[in-house]
Design a protein around this ligand. Sequence first.
Ligand code: ADP
Ligand code: MG
Length: 491
Amino acid sequence: MKLEENAALDAVGKVEQLNENQVKQVWSRCLAIIKDNINQQTFKTWFESTVPLKLEDNKLTIRVPSQFFYEWLEEHYYSLINRTLAEVIGENARLVYSVLVEDGPDELTRHAITIPSAKQVLGPPPTYHKDSLPPATSPTPAALAGRATGSFLNARYTFENFIKGDSNQLARAAAVAVANNPGGTSFNPLVIYGGVGLGKTHLIQAIGSHALNHQRADKVFYVSSEKFTIEFVDAIQSDRISEFSSFYRSINLLIVDDIQFFAGKEKTQEIFFHTFNTLHQFGKQIVLSCDRSPKELKGLDERLVSRFQWGLTADIQPPELETRIAILQKKAEDDGVELPQDVIEFIATHVTSNIRELEGCLIGLLAHASLKNEEITLDLARHVVKTVVGDIRAHVTIEDIQRTVSEYFGTPEDLIRAKTRKQEVVIARQIAMYIAKELTNSSLKTIGLHFGGRDHSTVIHAYQSVEDLMKTDERYSRTVQDIKKRLQLYH
Ligand code: ADP
Ligand code: MG
């Protein structure tokens, strides 16, 4: 601590009012403590622009640039500020904000109002007006007017019908937090990334709908990065670039989908960068999606990538089996159909990487069922899945079959491959060969090789024996079907 500061602090409490310099010293001492407790960028954004005005009766008045700053500081740094004041000034120290409020388009007409810091008792102050931000006064351009009323959200995408799972847990939780308090969490921006068809659009739109429906944000706007780019180019060509950017800057919750399309588009990125900065500075919420981690995105300005680190980047992974089953069940339920459990499991085990494909299967099933009046059976499901994800045979390997058969009979796998002629091993081995022929594309020769180098005639013989037995022995037939089903369900 410097000497002058000491002197100033000693003076606190002894004299009622300090001179301007002393007040500055008190506040800079506070700022030094605050700075130690938050990250540099946050400090720069929220504290550097504060100006100490006076210190009277233990009340320190600081000026903040806007209503928004006041709210932000109160919401996020109330206890830090209070602790700091107590440390520097004394236990009963209090902070008073002097807020510049914009009356009109002209900077000069701003006036200051003072608001005591008291988060718990104070609701939004009466003078609060949300549009005290730069674009508020600019007329909405004709071309953009239509969307001032619409947010371009699809009502289908809600949190209620977004199934939770390990694969989307973080992304979903962050999305819910942001939707409840846009601009008010540390998840700004919120960047959701993940592969195709995993629910990015669904989730980021759900944020917008929730925020709108629960009056957490009034101006919500969803746009794809392609549309943003097209409109930007359009605005340049028709010389309306300032209208374009003021439209975007008037949004409270901006959702930009698929920002990977910004890659390599320097000018678009530049305007987006500025829009981003303005919105972020005023605590407006930004939500973005990308098909991979922004860090891995080539052709994206470093500055933008580093901005994204101010908030939270959360991924969505391909759904695990339980989630896939839950999604199918929910969607079937929403469509008012009851799917047999084995059908659901079959689809969920074969369509693994993409939720859009899961939906595709369901739609296919429903189409068959309603248009052709077919019953929804495992066979129909198999047919539909084949058309959606290609040949499912390729999914089961001979090793899978050997393992499953060995588990089923409790026969060690290596015995199934060995030359043993023990009766129970022979039964298991023949069934494994039969299923290998049924479910894989392998030739008889390949199958033989996998079973201890037997030749193709042995495989044919096994196949025919199993087929014959299945016709005559119902229990045996059920056993084979059971094993086949297991394999189809879990591979
Ligand atoms: P992306 O934008 O990642 O390509 P989408 O958001 O378009 O994926 O999702 C594809 C489809 O899958 C949409 O119809 C969406 O409703 C659905 N979907 C994705 N994830 C879920 C989930 N967790 N719960 C329910 N439906 C989901
Ligand atoms: Mg999408």
